[in-house]
Design a binder for this molecule. Sequence first.
Ligand code: ATP
Length: 354
Amino acid sequence: MPFLELQGITKAFGQQQVVRQMDLSIARGEFVSFLGPSGCGKTTTLRMVAGFERPTTGTVSIDGREVTDLRPNQRDIGMVFQSYALFPNMTVAGNIGFGLRVARRPAEEIRARVAEMLEIVKLPQHAGRYPYQLSGGQQQRVALARALAVRPKVLLLDEPLSALDAKIRVSLREEIRALQRDLGITTIYVTHDQEEALSMSDRIVVMSEGRVEQIGSPFEIYNYPRTRFVASFVGTLNLLEGRVLDPDSGRIAVDGQEIVSARGLAGSQAGETRVVALRPEALSLQNGHLDHNRLRGTIDEVSFLGSVVRVRVSLGGSAISLDMFNQASVPPPARGAPVTVSFAREDLVVLDRA
Ligand code: ATP
């Protein structure tokens, strides 16, 4: 049974259709990311869950109750924004206890909850400080504590890490995820950063131009993108055109060389052109297993990137890039050398038709 449910959600601002048709069920305790480029409608969707925007059509339900017409403060949600949005004239403790004071909780309960939240976000020594006396990462932890202090049913995070520098971003995303797991709180996380979405989420909703492109676990989204958009937004992929030879056995030709998709080519017709995707790290210059796919080509370019060496192989008409782990004992291949690229049949991803 879904804990948070969006049904038939659309949103227009005047003539502009910002969210086109959104159906989404989120389980209790799940961590779901909305991932997509700027302007794709992630924030607007989150704001409809929060109650800051009203859907043009459709309904929002939380814990079995329809909340579409309720105000944000009636929905049992906690929200954290990109700009920390702390009250500058209140101390850390004052900020964290704010929602509880508004709810007129007894002073003793507020004191205890604030102390508990300060522990949880690892800021017990900072209770009496003001926001301007904190680093960006600390301010965002206070914002998180403030959102969670009222024990909301749902936590909504809108790009909470994008204003922070890279190192703090990585450590805070681990902290947020651990905290979310400990509390078991159902969470939606808006981001345009694919690494953030892949590393934190139970499931990712990839959005483009107000539409859901694909919903799946990080593993599914990364390994089995269904559309060109997901393939290029979520990973650095080789996209190639293949001519279907035999849909039933999954045989397809790239630049005249026959390969096989383990996932089949159901619904395709012989002779049809389909776009296939290959991840650089799935490809190898070793011979691989007997039933691996093989493509012959010549080395076009070699870029040394440190831990990885990226090699581009020309197949004649098209080219593919592959990543080799750097090993001091294995010199990178030379340009112009003839090579065979091998990869598992499972790693050949056939995208949906455009
Ligand atoms: P970003 O990461 O830049 O916030 P986003 O994917 O979250 O992008 P939204 O903020 O949801 O995208 O915006 C989607 C579209 O809706 C944009 O074109 C934006 O200009 C438009 N939009 C958002 N809010 C309003 C509003 N109140 N009035 C008119 N247009 C709006």
